[in-house]
Design a protein around this ligand. Sequence first.
Ligand SMILES: [Zn+2]
Length: 92
Amino acid sequence: MPTYEYLCKDCSFEFEEFQSIASEPLTECPRCGGRVRRLISGGGGLIFKGSGFYETDYKRKEAKREADRKKEKAEETSSAPKKAEVSAASEE
Ligand SMILES: [Zn+2]
């Protein structure tokens, strides 16, 4: 039976629930009775632990890659890159 993760929209309480794939997703927070959101789509027992962190990390890497691209482009064209931009990118 897969484990589903839920996040309460009201009190941000995260909890796991063992449910069969066929069962209805939970809608109520066991702590405050507020509305909950299921964090995984279910099936296959695939659990993304701390998906929020992953998402943040992914975006940061994308941002860094973008910064690197800009830096490379600046170096290729030998156009005077703004000093502030270059130092900011390397500090990341
Ligand atoms: Zn709650």
